[in-house]
Design a protein around this ligand. Structure first.
Ligand code: HEC
Ligand code: HEC
Ligand code: HEC
Length: 203
């Protein structure tokens, strides 16, 4: 009966996907069992489980336009206009957002919560981390077309996912010891993006 939870069509072309209905049905049954719940998820916060970080499919084109991932400036606004625009396009593709998903209309200089988070991602994640194999990270490495992708319905399952993917598959660009604290700080802050949203992004 849980056939559609492993649908072979994750990007269903049908306007009305059967997935949400069967998913809530399956989740209700599965939530009685901790192990099954870790697989299916209870509450359905994320439509699909988050995928592991992977090499960017956008970076090669940006590099051929002159971007050096090893020497990113403090902000994409410091790139020359043509390259900055290509980088902005890569943000929209990576996150599945339009420009206005981060910017206040066409007032591109105005500060917004998502723009501040994006700048934190640029400074701390894209500049500060690499894939364990040494390849640079780009926004699409983690986001893979979605602005939000974490399944927050089960803290323990998410912590295990973070350990396997955000600790195990990434390293720090500065060669320092990489652990939860690289991103969450000490003491552990589970909601550090709230601070980034408000603009308290460190150097
Ligand atoms: C995921 C968020 C995000 C998306 C989507 C996005 N931008 Fe940006 N944009 C930023 C950030 C972050 C900066 C740099 C902000 C800073 O340093 O204060 C920026 C800077 C800019 C700037 C320079 C502004 C300045 O202060 O000099 C322009 C112009 C711009 N973006 C245009 C665009 C356009 C056009 C699109 C759509 C194709 C777009 N952006 C999509 C996050 C985004
Ligand atoms: C190491 C992985 C990683 C990289 C690389 C990364 N992000 Fe993120 N980003 C995350 C996670 C995790 C979240 C929280 C997602 C959630 O809540 O489901 C997030 C959230 C965001 C959000 C807030 C979305 C929302 O609607 O709440 C924005 C904006 C964002 N990232 C922009 C970017 C941009 C732009 C880049 C590239 C410069 C980038 N990210 C690179 C992991 C990453
Ligand atoms: C590469 C950066 C990174 C690393 C390393 C990392 N996380 Fe996360 N984690 C995030 C981001 C981004 C969020 C979303 C934070 C927010 O919403 O403010 C998050 C959220 C979480 C949450 C959900 C908090 C909530 O209440 O919604 C838990 C639990 C968590 N992480 C556990 C861990 C644990 C445990 C480790 C170490 C094994 C770890 N994380 C390592 C980036 C990271």
């Amino acid at each position: 009966m849980r056939r559609t939870t492993v649908s072979p069509l994750p990007f269903s072309p049908l306007p009305f996907s059967p997935l949400p209905f069967s998913r809530s049905f399956a989740s209700a049954a599965a939530c009685a069992f901790v192990l099954a719940a870790a697989v299916v998820g209870c509450g359905g916060a994320a439509p699909q489980p988050a995928a592991a970080p992977r090499a960017s499919s956008l970076l090669a084109t940006l590099q051929s336009s002159g971007l050096d991932p090893a020497k990113l400036p403090d902000s994409p606004k410091l790139l020359d206009d043509a390259l900055r625009d290509r980088v902005m396009d890569s943000f929209t593709v990576s996150l599945g957002l339009k420009c206005a998903g981060c910017h206040d209309g066409v007032n591109y200089e105005a500060s917004t919560p998502n723009k501040r988070v994006a700048l934190g991602m640029w400074q701390h994640f894209v500049r500060g981390l690499k894939l364990a194999g040494g390849q640079p990270l780009w926004c699409d490495s983690c986001h893979q077309g979605r602005a939000t992708f974490l399944d927050r319905s089960d803290d323990d399952a998410l912590a295990a996912w973070m350990d396997a993917n955000f600790v195990g598959k990434l390293v720090r660009s500065d060669g320092g010891k990489h652990a939860c604290a690289t991103c969450h700080g000490t003491p552990f802050d589970g909601h550090f993006l709230d601070g980034w949203q408000k603009g308290s992004v460190g150097g």
